[in-house]
Design a protein around this ligand. Structure first.
Ligand SMILES: C[S@@+](CC[C@H](N)C(=O)[O-])C[C@H]1O[C@@H](n2cnc3c(N)ncnc32)[C@H](O)[C@@H]1O
Length: 368
C-alpha cells in the first residue's frame, strides 16, 4: 500500500539481490509455497514500522473515546524506532525455553557467544525489513502459544493429525516450538503477509529439509481471495493461532478480521481460534492512536493514524462474539495476566504504557 508518508529511502540493489537469493533458496526447498491464486510477491519495500504493543503518538495520546481526533501523520523513522524499541542483547537468560529451542534445532552451535551472534544477525535482518517493536524487543521469544493453559491439548491435537494455522507467524517460532514439543511439522501451516521472514527462519533453524509443514507468504488476511469460496484455505484448519496479530487492525475492522479467519476454520465442533494480544486491566479496555501503523484516510479524506485498542477481558469476548454473530454456537474466553512494566526492557516503552494498565490477554473462541 502506498502512502504519502513512507520513508523516502528505498531498498538498495544489494538488499534486492539478497531478497532474490533468499527467495530462490526458499523456492528450491519447496517451503515458500503460495497456493492461493494471484498472490504476487510485492517488490522489496522500504521498511515501515508496524506492530505489537507499540505506541507513542506525537499528538493526542491516550483517549478513551472511540473516535480520537485525526493526527498529523508521519511514519516513525529507524532512529526513532530504535530509541523506543531497541534492545541490543537477546534476553536468552529471561527466556530459557527460547535458548532450548535454538539448541534443539541447532546442535551445531556449541557456545553461547556463537548463539548470541547468530540471533543478533537474524534479528537485525528482520528489523531491516520492518521496524516491529516485537522484533526490536525480542518479544517473539515469548512463544505466546505456550502461554495458553490448553497448550498440551494443542500439541496432542496436532499429534492426532489435526492441522494448525499460525496466521501472522513472523519467522514461525511458535510452529518450531510445537515441533520441539513433539508435534509433527506436517500438521503446521505458517502464513504471513511478509514472505521475507521465511528465508531468515531457515537461516536460523536450518530445518528447510526437515520441516514438512507449509509456509505461505504474501497472504493478507484482509484479502477476500484468501478465504473465499475458491480458496484452498477455506474450511481447512482445525485450529488457528493469532499471536499478537489482532491489534494490528483498527478496532472497527477487528470483528471482520476474525470472521475472515473463521472462514478458514473447519465448520466442525471443537475447531477454534486462539491467540494473545496486549490488553488493559480497565473494564472497557483502552483506546489510543498508533504511531507505528501506516495512516489511512478517514471519511473527510484526511490521513489519520488508526485507532489502537488494548482489549479487556470483557471487550475481547464481545469482539469474538460479534465476529460470529448468528453463525453456530461458540464458547468465548478472555484471560488476562499481569505485566510488570518495571521489568520492561526499554524505559520509553514502559513510560508510554503507564496509563494503559497493561496486561497480557489470552483469548479463545471454540465452536461447540
Ligand atoms: C506482531 S507480529 C506477531 C508475530 C508472531 N505471531 C508472534 O506472536 O510473535 C505480526 C505479524 O503479522 C504479520 N501481518 C501483518 N499484517 C498482516 C496481514 N494483513 N495479513 C497477514 N499477516 C500480517 C506481520 O508480517 C507479522 O509477522
Amino acid at each position: 500500500m502506498d502512502s504519502p508518508v513512507r520513508p523516502s529511502h528505498t531498498a538498495g540493489t544489494a538488499a534486492l539481490a539478497r531478497l532474490h537469493l533468499n527467495k530462490l533458496v526458499a523456492i528450491k526447498n519447496r517451503f515458500l509455497r503460495r497456493l492461493t491464486k494471484s498472490k504476487k510477491t510485492k517488490p522489496a519495500a522500504a521498511p515501515v514500522v508496524a506492530s505489537t504493543p507499540a505506541v507513542v503518538t506525537s499528538t493526542p495520546a491516550a483517549t478513551s473515546t472511540p473516535t480520537a481526533a485525526p493526527v498529523k501523520a508521519s511514519i516513525i523513522d529507524e532512529q526513532t524506532a530504535r530509541s523506543k524499541y531497541w534492545v541490543e542483547e537477546p534476553p536468552i537468560n529471561e527466556h530459557p525455553s527460547a535458548e532450548a529451542l535454538i539448541k534443539y534445532f541447532r546442535p551445531d552451535i556449541k557456545d553461547k557467544a556463537s548463539m548470541i551472534r547468530l540471533l543478533k544477525d537474524i534479528r537485525l535482518k528482520a528489523w531491516q525489513i520492518k521496524y516491529y517493536p516485537c522484533v526490536g524487543q525480542w518479544l517473539f521469544f515469548k512463544f505466546g502459544m505456550t502461554e495458553h493453559a490448553m497448550y498440551p491439548e494443542i500439541v496432542d491435537r496436532v499429534k492426532q493429525g489435526q492441522r494448525i494455522l499460525d496466521m501472522g507467524c513472523f519467522m514461525g517460532f511458535d510452529g518450531r516450538k510445537l515441533v520441539a514439543d513433539g508435534a509433527p511439522s506436517s500438521g503446521i501451516t505458517n502464513m504471513d503477509l511478509e514472505d521475507r521472514w521465511f528465508p531468515l527462519s531457515f537461516e536460523l533453524f536450518k530445518d528447510e529439509n526437515t520441516f514438512e509443514g507449509e509456509f505461505f507468504g504474501g497472504c493478507d488476511i484482509t484479502d477476500e481471495e484468501l478465504f473465499g469460496e475458491d480458496s484452498i484455505h477455506r474450511h481447512r484448519y482445525d485450529m488457528i493461532y493469532i499471536g499478537y496479530f489482532v491489534h494490528l487492525f483498527p478496532p472497527s475492522q477487528q470483528a471482520k478480521i476474525l470472521n475472515n479467519l473463521v472462514q478458514m476454520l473447519k465448520p466442525t465442533s471443537g475447531s477454534m481460534i486462539f491467540g494473545n494480544t496486549s490488553g488493559s486491566a480497565k473494564e472497557n479496555g483502552f483506546l489510543m492512536k498508533a504511531d507505528f501503523a501506516p495512516p489511512s484516510k478517514n471519511e473527510k479524506g484526511e490521513w489519520v493514524r488508526p485507532d489502537f485498542i488494548f482489549h479487556s477481558e470483557k471487550t475481547i469476548v464481545e469482539l469474538m462474539a460479534a465476529s460470529v454473530k448468528g453463525d453456530g454456537e461458540w464458547v468465548f474466553s478472555g484471560q488476562q495476566s499481569a505485566i510488570d512494566l518495571d521489568l520492561s526492557p526499554t524505559k520509553a516503552y514502559a513510560e508510554h504504557f503507564k496509563d494503559v494498565e497493561l496486561v497480557n490477554m489470552n483469548f479463545c473462541m471454540r465452536r461447540l
